[in-house]
Design a protein around this ligand. Structure first.
Ligand code: R5P
Length: 310
């Protein structure tokens, strides 16, 4: 088994490589002057099972293209099989036609990855579990909830907690975390008046005097979470803590969070945000490298991955 990293998140790849005590393949990924991507694998990989680590994060199109070209290079170098480890699966939010005459981009991206030659996918907290069905190859969708649950148990143990879903789509995730923590659930009724804008209509459940744990898969502009925190505080919440798997953190998101009612935002490192959040005292990064490393080990040894979440 060998590990190859793309350029999207080398820090995470290095941590996974350290966990597995397995060096990253020597490779060069460069760009020509016209921005075409050029991949070269500098060692023999014939007959090896390769785990290629690459998030489809900003710049999403470059990182996607890099992922596809790396798979192609691996296939043409006679790898035995190729597992695309995609910690953050970009384009996942475009998983259906919400208005007429749009593309289902998540499906096209899935087709491209399969067509390039991937034999298996490993990803983390897919925006919608059904995206697994866009692939006709095995998909292992890992969950960050056990990492969040450990952090909450350690840091917020004497608090009266409640888990909060920031929208109806997040209920399953919040319920799963609530079950691990043995606490109740509240749901925010969120509407999107226009793309990129979010509005809280109502909060279902009583949050008065409680420490709220909002859990979500993605924080992008920060609108959903910042508005949710404000609504919870207005309804008497004691504190608001937020746990999000993928810190897309676009535009003014970090500044918005710094000024918000959020006591603490925890994101994993599926996306490399170290520089972006270094001056934000209420944003913390938890690494997901051991979980991904362990999943890779289990896939390689043909043992259960789902046992990791029991
Ligand atoms: C939406 O369904 C997702 O789960 C996130 O809540 C959303 O993508 C967050 O976006 P933003 O931070 O821009 O409100």
């Amino acid at each position: 088994m060998k590990l190859l990293t793309g350029n999207s998140n080398k820090n995470l790849s290095k941590k996974i490589s350290k966990y597995l005590k397995n060096k990253l393949i020597n490779s060069s990924i460069r760009k020509f002057a016209d921005s075409e991507i050029y991949i070269e694998i500098n060692e023999n990989i014939r007959g090896n099972s390769i785990f290629l680590i690459q998030s489809i994060s900003y710049p999403a199109n470059d990182n996607l293209m890099e992922l596809l070209l790396c798979i192609d290079a691996l296939k043409r170098s006679s790898a035995k099989n190729i597992t695309a480890v995609i910690p953050y699966f970009g384009y996942a939010r475009q998983d259906r036609k919400v208005v007429p005459r749009t593309s289902i981009s998540a499906k096209l991206v899935s087709n491209l990855i399969t067509k390039a030659g991937a034999d298996r996918i490993v990803t983390v907290d897919l925006h919608a579990g059904q995206i697994q069905g866009f692939f006709d190859i095995p998909v292992d969708n890992l969950f960050a909830t056990p990492i969040f649950s450990r952090h909450i148990k350690k840091n917020l143990k004497n608090n009266k907690l409640i888990c909060v879903a920031p929208d109806v789509g997040g209920v399953e995730r919040a319920r799963a975390l609530g079950k691990m923590l043995n606490v109740g659930l509240a749901i925010i009724d969120k509407r999107r008046p226009s793309p990129g804008k979010s509005q809280v209509m109502n909060v279902i459940g009583s949050v008065k005097g409680k420490t709220c744990i909002i859990v979500d898969d993605i924080i992008d502009s920060g609108g959903t979470i910042v508005n949710a925190a404000e609504a919870l505080k207005k309804r008497g919440a004691k504190e608001v803590h937020v746990y999000v798997t993928h810190g897309v953190l676009s535009g003014e998101a970090v500044e918005k969070i710094k000024k918000s009612h959020i006591k603490n935002l925890v994101v994993t490192d599926t996306i490399n945000n170290e520089d972006k959040v270094k001056n934000a005292r209420n944003i913390h990064i938890l690494t997901i490298s051991n979980l991904i490393g362990e999943a890779i080990k289990r896939i390689s040894n043909s043992t259960s991955v789902s046992d990791l979440f029991k």
